[in-house]
Design a binder for this molecule. Structure first.
Ligand SMILES: Nc1ncnc2c1ncn2[C@@H]1O[C@H](COP(=O)(O)OP(=O)(O)OP(=O)(O)O)[C@@H](O)[C@H]1O
Ligand SMILES: O=P(O)(O)OC[C@H]1O[C@H](OP(=O)(O)OP(=O)(O)O)[C@H](O)[C@@H]1O
Ligand SMILES: [Mg+2]
Length: 283
């Protein structure tokens, strides 16, 4: 089974890192390759442009694809959306010069909109009362309103820096995007596809979580349990050589809650508190 992954650009490194963390180690590294095996003999990786990945998955060149939701919308292929992988987060927006006449969608009645995403633009205007001319460009879209090529643009923004630098302001939001795991709808329920999706999901589930281990006097256990914000109940175990007066308590907590939880656990009589990272969490 093949997974299509961005070959370069900002999505490449986080995509490869996620596969590695999920246990799908890429043999020989991912640099400048078109194709690679993984430690799993049934799973290989195809490196392709983020924009081409939807087609590759739709055409069966790969069963799975890791790419931006924007790319899938733009390509208009019908894929199963298995998982939000929580990186490459950005917004596609309609934007126009800050001191210009376009302050709403309606102001574009006879206008021109430049974009790298002509299909998304067309779909966006399909249910609007105006239908401006769409001009496809292949980059530096933010420049076009300043050289009389367009009145507005539909482009990606994340920090907003590029828009600001080009004195453009957001007129409307078109699409929220992030990188997802997509599958060919015909194989979305295939056991191997499910296995890979679960492995990636387990990495995301472990993100920002910590594993706490501690000893607690048996008679203080209720106090300790009261201050534990963990998911589900804690795991409580007898300690073999503890003479019965202490128990071991293990729990998963959000990393933001670790500091306060430790302070409160100590007040509840806990000792020998260990905090460790979690690689994967299969729920
Ligand atoms: N500024 C951004 N912040 C977050 N995600 C982004 C940003 N720009 C693009 N993306 C996401 O990354 C995808 C790929 O973007 P793009 O094709 O521009 O590649 P790139 O990583 O910018 O490399 P290059 O433009 O140099 O080829 C986009 O479709 C979008 O999903
Ligand atoms: O809101 P910001 O944080 O400024 O990000 C938005 C910019 O990021 C992307 O460009 P990229 O850096 O990928 O350059 P590119 O035009 O070469 O693709 C996108 O096309 C925007 O221009
Ligand atoms: Mg780019």
């Amino acid at each position: 089974m093949r997974i299509a992954v961005p070959n370069k650009g900002r999505l490449h490194d986080p995509a490869v890192e996620l596969l590695e963390r999920a246990g799908l180690h890429i043999e020989g590294g991912a640099d400048r390759k078109l194709y690679a095996d993984t430690v799993d003999p049934d799973v290989s990786v195809l490196f392709a442009r983020a924009a081409d990945i939807p087609e590759y998955v739709a055409d069966d060149a790969a069963a799975l694809g890791v790419t931006g939701l924007d790319q899938v919308r733009e390509s208009r292929v019908d894929l199963a959306d298995l998982l939000d992988l929580d990186f490459g987060r950005c917004r596609l927006v309609l934007a126009a010069p800050e001191d210009g006449p376009v302050d709403s969608v309606d102001a574009l009645a006879n206008g021109t909109v430049a974009t790298e995403f002509p299909n998304i633009a067309e779909d966006y205007f399909a249910d609007k009362p105006v239908s401006p001319e769409i001009v496809e460009v292949s980059g530096a879209t933010e420049l076009t309103p300043h050289v009389e090529i367009a009145d507005a643009i539909i482009d990606i923004t994340s920090t907003g820096t590029t828009l600001r630098m080009n004195r453009l302001v957001v007129v409307d939001e078109v699409l929220e995007s992030s990188v997802h795991l997509f599958a060919d709808p015909n194989v979305a329920d295939d056991p191997k596809v499910r296995q890979v999706a679960t492995a990636l999901e387990s990495v995301l589930a472990a993100d920002g979580k910590r594993y706490l281990m501690m000893n607690v006097p048996r008679d203080r256990l209720p106090d300790a349990e009261d201050v534990i914000p963990g998911m589900g109940g804690p795991t409580v175990m007898d300690i073999d050589n503890g003479g019965g007066e202490k128990v071991a308590v293990h729990v998963v907590v959000d990393e933001r809650e670790v500091f306060e939880t430790i302070t409160r656990l100590k007040d509840a009589g806990a000792s020998d508190i260990l905090v460790t990272e979690i690689e994967r969490l299969v729920e």
